[in-house]
Ligand binder design. Structure first.
Ligand SMILES: NC(=O)C1=CN([C@@H]2O[C@H](COP(=O)(O)OP(=O)(O)OC[C@H]3O[C@@H](n4cnc5c(N)ncnc54)[C@H](O)[C@@H]3O)[C@@H](O)[C@H]2O)C=CC1
Length: 414
């Protein structure tokens, strides 16, 4: 049986290599060598446009069945994939951090996300565009994608055993080629901005034993929208990038503020809170996220923040203060206890200077009690950021109160 499996893997690997090489040569209709250049903003449409769609409904069913087949051994599959990738292409190891645990989770999430929306280029296109642009910070090149795809499909084939057939392979090839096309086009289109930004730590305040507020000054202008997040890397944990929301609104003198709580030892948050000082240099990836004000927001804004979820909310609060037409801004600020509300001074200043800003600290608050403080919820544009349990609880309560989902904004990553 083992021998049969090995033969199967070998056959698949050869087959995959040929398939991928063939698809790359023909570019599945996308005209690979002659891709038209396009602006970053239109990258999504580019990817979705050059390929008619990611996959068709028949292929979607095959991909879902394929994922279901390998799901029980997903962690093993990802480990197999990276072992094979680095054995066959050792030069790729240098693009990844020493500790690969995060990377394993990310690959799995990316694969599941790809399949979940595999026939929705309107959703996948923009997501892959952002991913391709963001991947420049890792040093990923177009030439790396084919080897990754080949190894990925070999891994899927290996863990599918006899459940793998030519049609399944074709569906994966099509989906991967689609993803690769959109990502590489987005990376090419982003060459008017750096792949990453160096930023100097200009302020570092330990506000609680485990919580710091950092001020960063990027070496080159960093353009973002209030409510977005960046990814951060420290040379103390090379190539391990983690997301942190920006607590400043753009235009604050190219000065960025991060709020970081070190929940567990050994991670980047611990490095940023306890082993980073003024004068240190960090690297930042391009801005990401859609937790931003709409072009034409409602007159009333309700902001709900828990713990360091305050970071994007503070940026939105400052942006909203300057947005004409927003006449009421309410912030519900949840914390473990009053001592945990680490930024009350700055927020108090804002409220004192702007009469339409109302800030209510809530300690040990239940989401019902939290929201019950606000009359006329349905009339508000609502933003929520904080621990996942809090965000979920608030969203559930808002749904119970029939607040239309279009009025409620939150990051999906927390
Ligand atoms: N863009 C975003 O959405 C951001 C989210 N975060 C997330 O925020 C969290 C912050 O962590 P910490 O500062 O340690 O916060 P934490 O774990 O201390 O929680 C802060 C407060 O949220 C409230 N809360 C928690 N669970 C709740 C529930 N089920 N119902 C009602 N209220 C609840 C409590 O008042 C609690 O004191 C992290 O999970 C982080 O990933 C952080 C930054 C940005």
């Amino acid at each position: 049986m083992e021998e049969y499996d090995q033969l199967l893997v070998l056959r698949n690997a050869v087959h995959v290599r040929r398939g991928l090489a063939g698809q790359l040569a023909t570019g599945i209709g996308s005209g690979f060598g002659s891709r038209a250049r396009s602006g970053a903003a239109s990258g999504a449409a580019t990817g979705a446009g050059t390929l008619a769609g990611a996959v068709d409904s028949g292929q979607r069913a095959l991909l879902e069945a394929s994922v279901a087949r390998v799901a029980p051994r997903a962690a093993e599959l990802v480990a197999w994939f990276y072992t094979r990738l680095f054995a066959t292409r050792p030069y790729l190891r240098g693009l990844f951090p020493a500790d690969m645990a995060d990377q394993h989770d990310r690959l799995l999430a990316a694969l599941l996300g790809l399949v979940a929306d595999c026939d929705r280029p309107d959703i996948l296109g923009p997501r892959l565009t952002r991913l391709g642009r963001d991947h420049r910070k890792y040093g990923v090149r177009t030439a790396h994608y084919a080897g990754v795809g080949e190894t990925l499909i070999a891994a899927l084939a290996h863990f599918s055993g006899t459940g793998w057939d030519a049609a399944t392979e074709a569906a994966w090839l099509r989906l991967y080629t689609y993803a690769m096309t959109v990502m590489t086009e987005a990376a090419d289109s982003a060459d008017d901005e750096p792949p990453y930004w160096y930023a100097t730590v200009v302020a570092h305040e330990l506000r609680r034993p485990d919580l710091a507020v950092l001020g960063l000054r990027p070496a080159a202008p960093y353009r973002y929208t209030a409510g977005q997040y960046t990814t951060v890397e420290s040379s103390r944990l090379a190539r391990l990038w983690k997301p942190y929301s920006l607590a400043t609104r753009p235009g604050a003198g190219n000065l960025l503020e991060l709020h970081v709580r070190a929940l567990e030892p050994g991670g980047l948050s611990e490095v940023l809170v306890h082993r980073t000082a003024v004068g240190d240099t960090l690297r930042l990836g391009p801005p990401l996220g859609d937790l931003t004000l709409p072009a034409d927001p409602r007159a009333k804004l309700l902001l709900v923040a828990g713990g360091t979820g305050l970071a994007p909310i503070k940026a939105l609060l400052q942006e909203a203060i300057r947005t004409p037409g927003i006449t009421v801004i309410r912030l519900l600020l949840a914390g473990r206890d009053r001592d945990d509300l680490y930024d009350l001074d700055a927020l108090g200043d804002l409220a004192a200077r702007h009469r339409h800003v109302d800030i209510r600290p809530v300690v040990d608050g239940e989401p019902d009690a939290l929201l019950d403080q606000v009359p006329d919820l349905a009339g508000h544009e609502i933003y929520v950021a904080g621990p996942p349990e809090m965000t979920r609880a608030v969203l559930t309560r808002l749904a119970e109160l029939d607040v239309p989902p279009g009025q409620v904004h939150h990051d999906p990553y927390y």
